[in-house]
Design a protein around this ligand. Structure first.
Ligand code: ADP
Ligand code: ADP
Ligand code: ZN
Length: 216
C-alpha cells in the first residue's frame, strides 16, 4: 500500500516531488497548503479563517487543519493510497492522524523526510513562482517554465506566494523548528521514517524517494 507522507522545511521541494510521486504511484496529492490557498482564492469560511495565519507565516490552528484532513482522507479516492504533503506539522496533528487512519484502516506506511539546509531553502523560496490555478511550482533559476512566467501545464500567469517574503519565511522557519521538527523523532519511533537528501537535483531526489518507497 502507498499511504505516504512527505515532510521537510518550507521550500525543501515537497510540492515539486509530490507532483512526480503522485503521477508515478497514481495516488491523490493531499496538500493542506494547496487546500488552504484554494479556500482563500474562493473566500470560503475556511479561507477567511486561514488567510491571516498563512500570510504572516504562522500555522493554522490544529483543530481546523485536522478537520480538513479528516474529511479529505475519508473520501473514496484515498482507498488505494494517498500522499500527504505539509500535514502533519505538529505532534497533535500526528497523533490525530494516527487515530483517524487506524479508524478508517488507512494507516500511514511510509514517511519521507526531505533534508535541506537553510541557505538553500532561502534561495529556493525567494526564486519560487507558483501557478495560482493548478498549484504547480517553478523557480526563476532551477526550474524555469518553458515560456517565461507562464505555467507549463495550464497556461496561467505565474505569481509569487504572498508568504514567500523574508519576514513570513522567518516565522515559517521558527514554526518548523519548534513545532514540526519533533515529528522526525515521532516517525523514527514508529519505524516509518526514510531520510532523503533534498539538496540534490530534482531528478536525483525523486530517484532516492522511489528507492526509499520500494525499500531499497
Ligand atoms: P511550504 O511550502 O512553506 O512548506 P505549504 O504550502 O505547505 O508551505 O503551507 C503554507 C502555509 O499553510 C503554512 O505556512 C501554514 O500557514 C499553512 N499550513 C499548511 N499546512 C498546515 C498544517 N498542517 N498545519 C497548520 N498550518 C498549515
Ligand atoms: P515546498 O513544497 O517544500 O515548499 P517546492 O517544491 O515548492 O517546496 O520547492 C521550492 C522551490 O525550490 C521551487 O521554486 C522549486 O522549483 C525549487 N526546487 C524544488 N526542488 C529543487 C531541487 N532539488 N533543486 C533546486 N530547486 C528546487
Ligand atoms: Zn498551472
Amino acid at each position: 500500500m502507498h499511504n505516504m507522507i512527505i515532510m521537510g522545511p518550507p521550500g525543501a521541494g515537497k510540492g515539486t516531488q509530490s507532483e512526480r510521486i503522485v503521477s508515478h504511484y497514481h495516488v491523490p496529492h493531499i496538500s493542506t497548503g494547496d487546500m488552504f490557498r484554494e479556500a482563500i482564492a474562493k473566500q470560503t469560511e475556511l479561507g477567511k479563517l486561514a488567510e491571516s495565519y498563512i500570510k504572516s507565516g504562522a500555522l493554522v490552528p490544529d483543530e481546523v487543519t485536522i478537520g480538513l484532513v479528516k474529511e479529505r482522507l475519508s473520501q473514496d479516492d484515498c482507498k488505494n493510497g494517498y500522499l500527504l504533503d505539509g500535514f502533519p506539522r505538529t505532534i497533535a496533528q500526528a497523533e490525530a492522524l494516527k487515530k483517524l487512519t487506524k479508524e478508517i484502516k488507512r494507516e500511514v506506511d511510509c514517511v519521507i523526510n526531505l533534508n535541506c539546509d537553510y541557505g538553500a531553502l532561502t534561495e529556493r523560496i525567494s526564486g519560487r513562482r507558483v501557478c495560482p490555478k493548478c498549484g504547480a511550482s517553478y523557480h526563476l533559476v532551477t526550474k524555469k517554465p518553458k515560456v517565461e512566467n507562464v505555467c507549463d501545464s495550464c497556461g496561467s500567469t505565474l505569481v509569487q506566494r504572498p508568504d514567500d517574503t523574508v519576514e513570513a519565511l522567518k516565522t515559517r522557519l521558527d514554526a518548523y523548528e519548534n513545532k514540526t521538527k519533533p515529528l522526525i523523532d515521532f516517525y523514527k519511533k514508529e519505524g516509518l521514517l526514510k531520510e532523503v537528501d533534498g539538496l540534490q537535483s530534482i531528478e536525483d531526489v525523486f530517484l532516492d524517494i522511489c528507492n526509499a518507497l520500494e525499500g531499497k
